[in-house]
Design a protein around this ligand. Structure first.
Ligand code: HEC
Ligand SMILES: [Cu+2]
Length: 324
């Protein structure tokens, strides 16, 4: 990519709205600059040395009215812009439950993406046009910021905390992806591209990618090497729950509540097992927060999510058939 695109294409659903706000703010700021410059010039001429203009104290009343007037007007203007921008930006973040969920892992200095069936890519992100997408983002090290100017969207990516970005691409093509938070020596090279394709092309692209197997396989090796299997393997002497087919199931907890074992539940169960104890088990599992890196955790999660329940219903996406 060469040069700077001062007005990149508007390629997401919120882009046109954001542009309208930018133009309105430019127009308002421009009008204020003109007004101030004109007054400055006018007063400089009128009150130049030796002119006959009247000088001295302003009448008290006029002074007060002008003061109240401009304070109220600018406060109103600021609140109006605040409301307008909030509605435009937050409206797009309400999130669609059926959105395509893609995981983004940022690290010094690359962007990694993982698609629902496990297809992975680095410094590139393929998206289908016209479909709602939710990016679930985490950082493995420092704070990064996911920024796609053509989408008019930017979101910080933090270590130890998940952030989300909902969007809907509206144009096919390739759009640059930047890191917009200084994150070390090669920050300026933390670049990628977003490739928006027609939904059929995206489906074809995804099907052609190597699937989750490699990530899940990595997770399976970790499952043994960090000691999970010592308790969770069927033959273990520790009384620990069966993890096969856990993903997506309803889980009864010791406090009497029931939760769906989604990815967030699995993640919490590994990092902070004392928070949600499975009913009928002792809270003997050690917390793995600070022990597993984000990448390792994602591999283990991919492994857990890839294990089908015995007699799993078809239709559930499962992509690893091998036994634990
Ligand atoms: C010392 C034995 C032990 C080790 C080691 C261990 N676990 Fe556990 N795990 C348990 C027990 C007991 C429970 C049930 C009580 C609870 O929910 O904390 C459990 C619960 C879980 C759950 C929630 C299951 C459910 O039905 O709600 C998950 C997921 C899990 N472990 C994954 C792992 C992973 C991944 C590792 C390795 C990083 C691991 N465990 C290491 C003993 C262990
Ligand atoms: Cu960065």
């Amino acid at each position: 990519m060469s040069g700077i695109a001062f007005w990149p294409p508007a390629a997401s659903e919120v882009a046109a709205g954001v542009d309208a706000i930018v133009i309105a703010m430019l127009a308002i700021s421009g009008a204020i600059v003109l007004l101030v410059a004109a007054l400055l010039l006018g007063f400089a001429i009128r009150y130049r040395r030796g002119s006959a203009a009247r000088r001295g104290e302003l009448p008290e009343l006029i002074q007060k009215e002008v003061e109240v007037g401009w304070t109220a007007a600018t406060a109103f203007l600021a609140m109006f812009l605040f409301a307008w921008a909030s509605i435009a930006v937050l409206g797009g973040q309400r999130g669609d439950p059926d959105a395509l969920e893609i995981h983004i892992l940022a690290r010094q200095w690359m962007w990694k993406a993982r698609h629902p069936d496990g297809a992975r890519e680095i410094d590139a992100l393929h998206l289908p046009r016209g479909e709602p997408v939710r990016l679930v983002m985490r950082s493995e090290d420092v704070i990064h910021s996911f920024y796609v100017p053509s989408f008019r969207l930017k979101q910080d990516v933090l270590p130890g905390r998940m952030t989300q970005l909902s969007l809907k691409p509206t144009q096919t093509g390739e759009f640059p992806l930047f890191c917009a938070e200084y994150c070390g020596t090669l920050h300026s090279r933390m670049l990628g591209k977003v490739v928006v394709m027609e939904p059929e092309d995206y489906a074809r692209w995804r099907a052609a990618q190597p699937q989750a197997d490699d990530l899940a396989r990595e997770g399976r090796a970790l499952f043994e090497s960090v000691g999970c299997s010592g308790c969770h393997a069927p033959a273990s002497r520790v009384h620990a729950p069966e993890l096969r087919g856990l993903y997506g199931r309803q889980v009864a907890l010791a406090d009497g509540s029931v939760r769906r074992a989604d990815e967030a539940y699995l993640r919490d169960s590994i990092l902070q097992p004392r928070r949600d104890i499975a009913a009928g088990y002792e809270p003997v599992m050690p917390p793995f927060a600070g022990i597993l890196g984000e990448g390792e955790l994602q591999a283990i999660l991919a492994y857990l999510m890839s294990m089908p329940a015995r007699g799993a219903s078809p239709g559930e996406p499962r992509n690893m058939s091998s036994e634990p």
